[in-house]
Design a protein around this ligand. Structure first.
Ligand code: ZN
Length: 212
């Protein structure tokens, strides 16, 4: 097992070294579940592999450091990695001024952004945002969540005060429909009529488009 991991690491190191000489590539990391992450290779400061302890098990984690932070991928969840020249990556954008509103010919006329909020290329995976929050942060837990309060007696970031409603901590109800409001990261970040998609809009996208 160790040998397999080492040879995989060496292959990855070789590909990474190759990428550092070529700015015009995107690094795609494909996960077992079919998701993928993409990084502009010139935004990557370093890629390291570290042993992390998960419960009692030791796992190898790939850490990709960029100017925005660190993206962690347990090696066992990665199915494939690939560097793809930017010109080969599918692009419908007329220039580099993302986000663009892309007309996919959907029945409702809804236009989708070419990239995720927090990404600066269409293939980028973008930012992580807690519900109703509009900024990324280092830790995502009860204590750092903007719309909750409570007592973290254990000091682990999670609230310990139990309430009659069955919840630990007290939580502000900001509503389930926050698109276009000050709780909507797309609207706050990009302004104008940009907003988070609704469930119906996501369904429409999936029903009318194919992906490859
Ligand atoms: Zn674009």
């Amino acid at each position: 097992m160790r040998k397999i991991i080492l040879s995989l690491l060496m292959t990855l190191a070789a590909t990474i070294a190759n990428a550092q000489t070529d700015d015009e590539t995107l690094l795609f990391i494909y996960k077992n579940g079919g998701n993928f992450y993409a990084f502009n290779s010139f935004e990557i400061d370093s890629i390291v592999f570290a042993i992390d302890k998960k419960e009692d098990k030791e796992i190898v984690v790939q850490k990709i450091y960029t100017s925005k932070g660190v993206s962690r991928h347990p090696l066992e969840t990665i199915s494939r990695m690939e560097f793809i020249p930017i010109e080969k990556a599918l692009s419908t954008c007329p220039d580099d001024n993302h986000p663009h509103a892309i007309d996919l010919g959907l029945p409702s006329g809804t236009k989708w952004a070419c990239c995720n909020v927090g990404a600066n290329v269409p293939e980028g995976y973008g930012g992580y945002y807690a519900w109703g929050e509009t900024e990324e942060k280092e830790f995502y837990n009860d204590v750092t969540y903007l719309y909750g309060s409570g007592v973290d007696s254990g000091g682990d970031g999670w609230y310990d005060d139990y309430h009659e409603n069955g919840l630990y901590g007290e939580w502000q109800d900001i509503g389930s429909d926050i698109a276009g409001t000050s709780y909507d990261v797309a609207h706050v970040t990009w302004g104008g009529s940009w907003c988070m998609p609704s469930l119906d809009q996501m369904k429409e996208l999936l029903d009318n488009c194919s992906s490859s």
